[in-house]
Design a protein around this ligand. Structure first.
Ligand SMILES: O=C(O)CCC(=O)C(=O)O
Length: 312
């Protein structure tokens, strides 16, 4: 890619946003043509070929900044091989292997998580608000889903900005939840798919703070999700259930927190799993939708912020 060509397309708002968010702004980094999906979450990155353009250090730096600024990046018309898809993932860190693909007898490529639904599907993947594999001690940094087949319409994915989810809670609720930890358990996620955990299988379970600081931006966010989070430590069952349900409704019910990605074959969407939840809408049965997800491991567990919340 010719950076000068792309540079001329940079939208002033995006440049201004980058300036605000990184403090020590480097104009050489602003080489992407970005169209935000909403003011708070999601952006389409135009005019980039992920199979060709990643050797450009300015493009790499700009993508990393755009990822932090927008949390969800959408790339259209990508024709990546599986290896190129993985290499794009490795720009952000080592690849993560899903717990269901960790056992010795797994047949297939462990670094690729298949996403598929057709007329035979009984329950599709990701049809509830969740962040990926939050039951791991270090949940993934992010996921990159590349769709190969998309339905004629439908099959969108919703994403929620969990910074805003936290910031839009009232001060008393923020104060209440800031010191609390919650348990995240893969067995709960499995039960959502009408399956029972199998004896002898090691299902990950971890305890994470309910409010965490993003490791790169330092910004606080709400960290619990209806797929994996089972209970809040130290609370009675009804107390824990009431608070978690309130937090899930808060996340699901406010469209200001959300963006919606419509897919085509060749769309790759990359979400920051540390500060975003998502929901895959299954409204296209019996049509087929399929793709592959490459997931990037995180080097840090979710960590409690150093400072208490400022007053609203
Ligand atoms: O199919 C999608 O759009 C997303 C699926 C999902 O929830 C996931 O890969 O975690």
């Amino acid at each position: 890619m010719d950076p000068n060509r792309v540079r001329s397309n940079v939208r002033p708002t995006v440049v201004a946003q980058a300036r605000r968010s990184i403090g020590s702004y480097d104009p050489a980094v602003a080489v992407l043509n970005i169209t935000p999906l909403t003011p708070s979450i999601g952006a389409v990155v135009n005019g980039i070929d992920l199979a060709q353009d990643l050797a450009d250090r300015n493009v790499e730096a700009s993508l990393k900044q755009a990822f932090l600024d927008h949390q969800v990046l959408v790339f259209r018309d990508q024709t990546l091989t599986r290896d190129q898809h993985k290499n794009f993932g490795r720009l952000f860190g080592p690849l993560h292997i899903h717990p269901s693909q960790r056992h010795d007898s797994y047949v297939g490529d462990r670094e690729v998580f298949p996403v598929e639904a057709d007329e035979t599907t009984v329950l599709n993947n990701g049809g509830l608000w969740h962040s990926d594999v939050s039951c791991d001690q270090k949940p993934p940094l992010g996921s990159m889903l590349l769709l190969k087949e998309a339905p004629a319409s439908g099959g969108d994915t919703l994403f929620a900005n969990m910074y805003l989810a936290y910031e839009s809670l009232s001060k008393p609720i923020r104060t209440l939840i800031e010191g609390l930890d919650a348990v995240h358990d893969m067995r709960q996620d499995i039960r959502h798919y009408d399956m029972e955990p199998r004896p002898g299988v090691d299902y990950p379970q971890s305890t994470h703070p309910l409010v965490v600081a993003h490791p790169d931006t330092g910004r606080k966010l709400l960290f619990c999700n209806s797929a994996f989070t089972t209970n809040i430590v130290g609370l009675s069952k009804p107390e824990s259930k009431a608070i978690l349900e309130m937090l899930y409704l808060h996340t699901a019910n406010d469209p200001k927190l959300h963006c919606r990605v419509q897919w085509e074959p060749g769309t790759l969407t990359f979400w920051d799993n540390r500060c975003v939840q998502h929901y895959a809408v299954w409204d296209y049965r019996p049509q087929r939708r399929s793709g592959e997800r490459v997931t990037i491991a995180s080097t840090t567990p979710p960590t409690r912020p150093q400072a208490p919340s400022p007053d609203p």
